[in-house]
Ligand binder design. Structure first.
Ligand SMILES: [Zn+2]
Length: 153
């Protein structure tokens, strides 16, 4: 009899407790303008991330109630958006930036870039050009590249 009365009460207590305790996640990025790509932007928004996955997006106040980040990034005054995708890149060619870049494509390629490649490209050129490009992409928010673009033109 006693068990029958207290079981619903006990279940209700656990349900309330479960709702009240925020879920631990790795990172919460809070108070930025969240650009969702699928709907309106969220001013004073937040993103909860756990184990590399976005687990929630919403108003910062709602995310703070539901999630506790081990790391919290204050994005106030910033946009929070998906990483950029560079779908066509010739990664090490960054080292040729600025060479005759006011010419039309075929003039530029045939008279400046192909000769520069023939003269300069080797293992070290590719190593340092790739490192520079990777650093610049990370700094600018590019998270994905097509590594085959350079091989196909
Ligand atoms: Zn290309």
């Amino acid at each position: 009899m006693l068990r029958r009365r207290f079981l619903p009460l006990l279940l209700a207590f656990f349900a309330l407790t479960a709702q009240a305790a925020p879920r631990q996640v790795d990172i919460v990025i809070a108070h930025g303008t969240v650009i969702t790509m699928a709907g309106p932007n969220i001013d004073d928004g937040a993103v909860a991330i756990d184990k590399g996955d976005i687990v929630a997006v919403g108003k910062a106040s709602d995310i703070a109630r539901r999630f506790a980040g081990r790391e919290i990034i204050n994005a106030r005054g910033n946009a929070v958006l998906p990483g950029f995708v560079n779908a066509h890149t010739h990664v090490p060619m960054t080292l040729f930036r600025g060479i005759a870049d006011d010419r039309d494509l075929m003039d530029w390629l045939q008279h400046f870039i192909f000769p520069a490649e023939a003269k300069n490209v080797d293992r070290e050129f590719v190593r340092w050009g790739t490192r520079l490009t990777a650093a610049e992409m990370i700094a600018s928010g590019t998270t994905t590249i097509d590594p085959d673009a350079g091989a196909s033109g």
